[in-house]
Write a protein that binds this ligand. Structure first.
Ligand SMILES: [Ca+2]
Length: 572
């Protein structure tokens, strides 16, 4: 009898071992897709050829032809909160980017959800995938913490070549955006700070080179997750010499002509409804006819360089895609392309610690030198409004132009084609979608900490053509807040609060996006009950995610950048 029991136990053990073995084999043979997540910085809604631009982006357009373009994709109005939500699926007030450094006021500084880098209530895409057998690579801008514990190499990436700050010169001199950003303006390779960049460094080229190296040097057949987070076309507007004149003369006719041409193309492609009118913009920036000849020349030149940066981006993305094809990995690689926020209206003088005198002393912004390594100009408000066609507003605001971004998804699992309107797909949706398509799942805890709830929902079934919507915002509204600009989108309704100078005073406005996607007719006084419903919905959200209202000035203005950035990692 005892022998029989032992035999049964042995059989059970060997049986179980067999199960474990076959599950392992299943994983190995399951053909999990490689995932290449391509993020670009401050690229506007209409800046890609496949979204109606005059800028040449043939490789990105080809990707869009093979996959799906999402027409109503929402992001945060600023870089780091979008990136934190992209990589974690958790609302920015819960993942550590409640404010974007150095935007914190004293009462927000280091509070839960406002730590300034990914906190310990989230798990990132690379952490989940690495723990499930993926190789994980990153090249590009991190912007999610500058302390060692927050480096990409301590956040799930096996290999990483990363810029830690929000932006810098694109060439080897890699200067800070302003004195206030100096402490976070540096590059790391895994754990090591790089003292010097190669002399021929250009951000877009070198980030691509690094990703290509990671992909080609991989020795086994495990799937990989690659995060390619370009800093182009973020300011300073700079591009290698051979690209400087690619768009010579294209912008000489000014803002209105280009904006009208883009709108017409967007309508013919079908991304914008034929009824959408020409958008004159906010009226907050220069009008072409008010500029003198020198003003027109310098404005046109800035846009030539901006366009060239995007064409250069496309060229290098094409190189990475070619490598996937050459190595036989392309067919099994899911590629996701997006921008982190709308186009940027701010001039270079905007960055903390900068001034007109500081710029004059440190850069040569003469017309013939624009775009070179010692120049620092930005796209500016008038061109940013063109880039965000057909929408109003831009980066830093929760207007449609600030929180709308192009999104393209192609590869295994993507069965639908052409433009898709999904009533508000959100940047937080990328995390659950990727985790799902990789055949993995999000754990309940990570490194001993309870995780904050996901804000995002998976688009897997939508991409497979099994569901019509990613989410129904009438039942599941979208919420936004960054630097006290707020919004909530519920079905066709959007309530929004902007700050001066883009609103006379910070009060709730109300728009019907179905008839007024340009946010021109404020219905707040006509529809008080609807406005009340939406503002209460925002209040409910704010309380749920732990929003802390900004009070007073930015702390960095009082204590200086060195002191401000001294804080420790919340993952320490
Ligand atoms: Ca950005």
């Amino acid at each position: 009898m005892r022998h029989l029991q032992i035999i049964i136990i042995l059989l059970l053990i060997t049986g179980l071992a067999g199960c474990v073995q076959s599950r392992k084999d299943e994983t190995k043979d399951s053909n999990q897709p490689n995932i290449l997540l391509i993020l670009v910085d401050d690229l506007g809604y209409s800046d890609l050829g496949c979204f109606g631009s005059e800028i040449n982006t043939p490789h990105i357009d080809e990707l869009a032809d093979q996959g799906v373009k999402i027409a109503d994709f929402y992001v945060s109005s600023l870089c780091a909160p979008s990136r934190a939500m992209l990589l974690t699926g958790v609302d920015n007030h819960q993942n550590g980017l409640g404010s974007m450094p150095p935007g914190h006021t004293a009462n927000q500084y280091l509070k839960p959800g406002y730590e300034g880098s990914l906190n310990n209530r989230v798990v990132s895409i690379p952490e989940v995938l690495h723990e499930n057998g993926y190789h994980t690579y990153m090249a590009g801008k991190w912007h999610l913490g500058h302390h060692k514990e927050s480096y990409p190499s301590n956040s799930g990436f096996e290999k990483s070549f990363a810029f830690l700050g929000g932006g810098s010169g694109h060439f080897s001199n890699a200067f800070a955006l302003g004195p206030g950003e100096q402490p976070v303006t540096f590059y790391v390779r895994e754990q090591d700070i790089l003292e010097k960049l190669p002399d021929d460094f250009y951000s877009t080229k070198n980030f691509s080179d690094e990703m290509i190296k990671y992909i080609t040097e991989q020795e086994d057949n495990s799937p990989f997750f690659g995060y390619l987070a370009y800093t182009a076309p973020h300011d300073p507007l700079q591009v290698p010499d051979e690209y400087l004149d690619h768009y010579k003369g294209i912008y000489d006719q000014g803002y209105e002509v280009i904006k009208k041409e883009r709108l017409a193309r967007m309508k013919s492609i079908g991304i914008v409804d034929g009824s959408v009118p020409y958008n004159p913009g906010t009226g907050k920036f220069s009008q072409w006819e008010d500029l003198d000849d020198a003003g027109k020349q310098s404005q046109a030149r800035k846009m030539e360089i901006y366009a060239a940066m995007i064409e250069n981006l496309d060229f290098h993305i094409g190189r990475v895609i070619d490598v996937l094809k050459e190595t036989g990995k392309y067919e099994n690689t899911l590629i996701i392309f997006l921008s982190d926020n709308g186009s940027n209206p701010k001039e270079a003088v905007f960055y903390p610690g900068s001034s007109i005198d500081f710029l004059a002393e440190n850069y040569d912004n003469s017309l013939e030198n624009l775009g070179k390594s010692n120049s620092f100009v930005s796209q500016g408000g008038s061109w940013a409004e063109v880039s965000n066609t057909p929408f109003t507003y831009f980066k830093t605001t929760t207007g449609e132009g600030g929180i709308h971004a192009p999104l393209i998804i192609a590869g295994p699992g993507v069965e639908i084609g052409n433009f898709q309107t999904v009533t508000g797909m959100h940047v937080c949706d990328i995390f659950p979608t990727v985790i799902d398509l990789a055949g993995t799942s999000r754990p309940d805890t990570h490194k001993g900490s309870e995780l904050a709830p996901l804000y995002g929902v998976s688009a897997k079934e939508f991409l497979a053509g099994n569901e019509v919507l990613v989410r129904n915002t009438t039942m599941d509204p979208l919420h936004f807040e960054m630097l006290e600009c707020k919004a909530v989108i519920k079905g066709k309704w959007k309530a929004m609060m902007l700050q001066p100078p883009y609103a006379n005073e910070p009060v709730w406005q109300l728009y019907d996006l179905s008839t007024d996607p340009l946010e021109k007719l404020d219905l707040a006084s006509q529809e008080p009950e609807k406005l009340n419903e939406l503002s209460e919905e925002w209040d409910r959200y704010a309380s749920e995610v732990g929003y802390i209202k900004a009070e007073g000035d930015m702390l960095i203005l009082n204590i200086g950048p060195e002191e401000f950035y001294k804080y420790e990692s919340p993952r320490n």
